[in-house]
Write a protein that binds this ligand. Structure first.
Ligand code: NAD
Ligand code: TYD
Length: 351
């Protein structure tokens, strides 16, 4: 029996994680705490919202008093911390929002967990979900390992690096039972269409330009989101306290190659002539400080805990496209309202 606080459970990865824990562990009580920012969406959780072991609470991880009361009310045995500002482009426009949520929010949550658990750490876990972007940018060769020196280069990655350091500091200083994982780029259903893959899917559906930053030569290592949350489940239950695990799919794609593959699959699925969607590719001004390449070495996770990705990329991408085509109402709901204003501001200047 466990009572687990998932933060950011209404976001992309958090909703998949919440779904996995609610359905796989009916004996656990799962409390999803989310501020419902532009990225939080309760439509991501419709299929499990009435499950008897699931509760949603709206609230902010920077609000200490609110968190203290929540810990008293639920007596959490575990924390799965996903809540964050997560988009690099937004961090360039508004860096302090990232300091507030990712740094202050994480530090506040750590402090509240430390006080609530008062040194009684039996069967307690504070799990921090982080990103490979903390390691900086790779050249043509090499991989990020768990002991690669941190070298964050965007306000987003700097805020995540800072939050990782706070998590480790609470382990070393107060023996808080922490675990950290650093994962590569995720993709899959319920992904907010500000990120490359869902934005491009949405634009292909609507026959609008596909903005490729710079020359499209930057490389990302893509992992299907369901494989990421499977890894989190494995590490949460079997990983060692105080350890970091890298998660990745050994699946590197240049942005331009990825977009071409997406166009190819979507032309087929939409019954368009081959080559139609590729014509939408539009090279735009590069992102400031754009990291060239990310690539994770996930050997530790495989060797110690036996985790491996289950899906090949082409299949994962095909599932993802199918999901967006089958869930047009979800997409339309998300791209209405604030999204339009964001899109104008982000892309009209670049075009
Ligand atoms: P997301 O932006 O889709 O979701 C973030 C969620 O956090 C939203 O539901 C939002 O409402 C909530 N939130 C934001 N500020 C909050 C606050 N102050 N209090 C409470 N809730 C708040 O993000 P995501 O892509 O699901 O990423 C989740 C986590 O995984 C993040 O920590 C991110 O750094 C990490 N990560 C993401 C990726 C990726 O490719 N998306 C890869 C590796 C790691
Ligand atoms: P993104 O999905 O924002 O993830 P991250 O920056 O965290 O890796 O971007 C993935 C890659 O795609 C990155 O190299 C930036 C690039 N990109 C574009 O070329 N065009 C776009 O419109 C977006 C959103 C991203």
């Amino acid at each position: 029996m466990q009572t687990i606080l998932i933060t950011g459970g209404a976001g992309f990865i958090g909703s998949h994680l919440t779904r996995l824990f609610v359905t796989k562990y009916p004996d656990y009580t799962i409390v999803n705490l989310d501020a419902l920012t532009y990225a939080g969406n309760l439509n991501n959780l419709r299929d499990i919202e009435n499950a008897p072991n699931y509760t949603f609470v709206k609230g902010d991880i920077t609000d200490m008093k609110f968190l203290q009361d929540l810990f008293v009310q639920y007596q959490f045995t575990g924390v799965l911390h996903c809540a964050a500002e997560s988009h690099v482009d937004r961090s360039i426009t508004d860096p302090l929002a990232f300091v507030k949520t990712n740094v202050m929010g994480t530090a506040t949550l750590l402090q509240v967990a430390k006080e609530a658990w008062k040194g009684d750490h039996d069967n307690k876990v504070f799990y921090h979900i982080s990103t490979d972007e903390v390691y900086g940018s790779l050249g043509e060769e090499g991989f990020f390992y768990e002991d690669t020196a941190y070298d964050p280069r965007s306000p987003y990655s700097a805020s995540k690096a800072s939050s990782d350091h706070f998590v480790r500091a609470y382990y070393h200083t107060y023996k808080l039972p922490v675990k950290i994982s650093n994962c590569s780029n995720n993709y899959g259903p319920y992904h907010f269409p500000e990120k490359l893959i869902p934005l491009s899917i949405n634009n292909i559906i609507n026959n609008t330009p596909l903005p490729v930053y710079g020359k499209g030569e930057n490389v990302r290592d893509w992992l299907y989101v369901v494989d990421h949350v499977r890894a989190i489940d494995t590490i949460y239950h079997h990983g060692k306290i105080g350890e970091t695990y890298n998660i990745g799919g050994h699946n590197e794609w240049k942005n331009l190659d990825l977009i071409v593959e997406l166009c190819r699959q979507m032309d087929k699925k939409l019954g368009r002539e081959a080559g139609t969607s590729e014509k939408l590719i539009s090279f735009v001004t590069d992102r400031a400080g754009h990291d060239l390449r990310y690539a994770i070495d996930a050997t530790k996770l495989k060797d110690e805990l036996g985790w491996m990705p289950s899906l090949q990329f082409e299949e994962g991408l095909s599932n993802t496209i199918d999901w967006y085509l089958d869930n047009k109402a979800w997409l339309e709901d998300v791209v209405n309202g604030h999204y339009k204003a964001y899109y104008e501001e982000q892309y009209n200047a670049k075009a």
